[in-house]
Each structure stands twice: as structure tokens, then as C-alpha cells.
Design a protein around this ligand. Sequence first.
Ligand SMILES: [Zn+2]
Length: 173
Amino acid sequence: MICPRCQNPVQENERFCSVCGLQLPESQPQQPAAPQYVPASPASSAVMNPSYSAVTIQPQTKRRPFVLGIVGFALSFSAIALGFFAIYFAGFTDLMDMYDLEMDAVYENLFYSYSTIYALMALVMGVVSAVFGGVAVNKLNSEPERYMGKGMYITAIVLGSIGAVFALLAFVF
Ligand SMILES: [Zn+2]
């Protein structure tokens, strides 16, 4: 092994170069296994050997989904379903009016209140899931080495927005 600073030959098991005193990396043959343990103490290994750890830490870090993004993803499906039902119930009563069909007043009121309740829930869930999705996309963009799941967050934004639009349409109907 050669000292990286002064190019003086050093023993494999030496911790410091005998000529210039440079602290040497752990013995070379073990290096391929070493990155396994690097993430546990990135600070200390960075001090010991900056160039070595900077390269190896990132591939070792497990990327995971951002929790808010998953919540938004799940909510967005409810938002779009509720938005759909809100429009369905709102539109149903309008259709009855349009064709001058008599509808039992009790049912009509029931349908109107269903529509309002579903629309309110769809609006809240749609906005929440779109916001959560947006936060998750931002988080992923700022720390791409830590997070994954962009497709889910985009889906949350799109479906959540559609659910919210459905809800607004149901209010307009
Ligand atoms: Zn040296």
C-alpha cells in the first residue's frame, strides 16, 4: 500500500504513515464490505475519510416513501369517489326536474343532502390529498436520495384535484 499524501510505501496494517503521519484508511482488502456499516455513523466516517464515505453513503441509504404522500395518495381515491357520488346525487335531482318528473320530496331532499355531504367531504379530501401530494413531491425533489414514490404523489395531486373539482361542480348543479 502507498501513502496517498507522500507516496511512501506503508504496511497494510499501519494506521498512520510513518513518514508524513497521515491517518490511513482501514486496511484495503476490507473496503468492499465497509460501506455496509457506513450509514450508521456517517459523521465519524466522514471525518476519517471524507472522499471515501461521500461516494459510498448514498447508494447504501434505503429510499422510502414520504408518509404524507402515501396518506394523500390513499385519500385522493376517496376524494374522487365522493366527488363522483356528489355529482351523481346532484345531477339526479336536476334530471328529474329537467324532465318534469315528480320525485318524492323526501327523496329529493335526501338526495340533495347526500350530494352536499359528499361534496363537502370530497372537497376537503381532495384539497388535503393534493396538498399532501405537493408537499411529498417537494420533499422528494429536495432529497431525492432519501425518498421515492413520485408517481403516487402525482396521482394524489391529480385525483385530489379532480375530486375537489367534482365537489365544486356538485355545488353548482
Ligand atoms: Zn505519508
